[in-house]
Design a protein around this ligand. Structure first.
Ligand code: NAD
Length: 315
């Protein structure tokens, strides 16, 4: 399936991620079918898509208004029917192999033979999911970020049996709907962003657990220190700039980084005490105590809009 031939897109699963995909594909002018297991869930999802479109329109992110994209959206609780004419299927059901595999088997059985089958999984491997389908070469991982309709990045990666044309088509489709895709050269659990996040979260939990700082201060240190610069400068360019050239960085900073890395823990799952620390420290944060989640999310989205308005050009 070539990107220019993709007209009908089905989103399987209409939770947080499926709603975001449906919003984006509808804006892209595709015929979007949103599928989930219950009519109730689909009703909620459609309401959220409408809110997403209104929010984007109110903030100048939609050129032709919100009405036309919304008219491209349909729902169908019947998976077989929902995918029967799909050129591209974006699956966003819960993140575990048994559920993903069951859904992929169904999609594979009912979608057209040349349809692209993409998964939104935030950490599972396509090589494992595609073992259960008859045409594994059509399956690809296309990993978005919350809120899907606002964050530009998607990570695209194939499994062992994925055809390179499938990866390329998914990549080009993402570009067509305005995403900034990054292609991984090979699979790894958590892909790029979630691995970076996992490393940062482990250290943040350790800093709280070790009594170094409170959660409020750790998050403020991140936002006012790294965060303000991170939208423009990633960790590798940052190292280059910090050393006024990467060779000098390696020469000057290897020892101090060694001391930091040596003092960091290497645990790989939350102990009961870690869970306790994480829950109590985050619940003690002033923003979490003072505002409902919905208000925090709305504020985050307004701030994201401001960021998106900044034109990101290379110097
Ligand atoms: N939440 C995030 O921050 C995030 C970010 C990126 C990727 N993802 C990935 O996206 C996927 C979905 O995550 P989410 O946050 O939207 O989850 P969610 O729980 O909000 O939504 C999942 C939806 O799938 C539906 N569902 C369950 N079984 C189904 C089936 N057999 N057929 C059709 N629909 C079914 C559920 O009813 C629910 O509406 C996961 O793989 C997750 O890892 C999540």
């Amino acid at each position: 399936m070539r990107p220019k031939d993709i007209k009908n897109i089905t989103c399987i699963g209409s939770g947080l991620i499926g709603q975001g995909w449906a919003t984006l594909f509808a804006i892209g002018g595709y015929n979007v079918t949103l599928q989930d297991t219950s009519e109730d869930q689909l009703k909620k999802a459609v309401e959220q898509v409408q809110l997403n479109l209104k929010f984007m329109d109110d903030n100048g992110l939609l050129q032709g208004g919100a009405v036309a994209p919304f008219s491209h959206l349909h729902t169908d609780p019947d998976l077989a029917q929902a995918v029967s004419e799909a050129h591209y299927v974006q699956e966003s059901v819960p993140d575990n192999y048994p559920v993903k595999k069951k859904v992929f088997v169904e999609i594979d059985a009912h979608a057209p033979v040349d349809a692209i089958l993409a998964s939104s999984s935030s950490g599972l491997l396509m090589s494992e999911i595609q073992k259960v389908v008859t045409r594994p070469q059509r399956c690809v991982l296309v990993h978005p970020f919350l809120p899907v309709h606002l964050i530009p990045l998607v990570e695209v990666v194939g499994g062992e049996q994925t055809a390179s044309e499938t990866i390329q088509a998914a990549y080009e489709l993402m570009e067509k709907i305005g995403k900034n895709p990054v292609r991984l050269k090979k699979e790894v659990s958590g892909y790029i962003v979630n691995r970076l996040q996992a490393a940062l979260l482990r250290e943040a939990v350790d800093l709280v657990a070790g009594g170094v700082a409170d959660a409020d201060d750790i998050d403020r240190a991140f936002c006012d220190g790294m965060g303000i610069r991170d939208p423009f400068v990633g960790p590798l360019l940052r190292a280059c700039l910090a050393g006024d050239g990467i060779e000098n960085f390696v020469r000057e900073y290897s020892d101090s980084y060694r001391l930091r890395w040596e003092s960091m823990a290497g645990w790989s799952s939350f102990s009961p005490a870690m869970k306790e620390t994480l829950i109590s420290s985050v619940n003690a944060m002033s923003i979490v105590r003072e505002y409902p989640m919905k208000e925090i999310k709305d504020w985050r989205d307004r701030m994201l809009i401001e960021m998106l308005k900044l034109e990101r050009k290379c110097c």
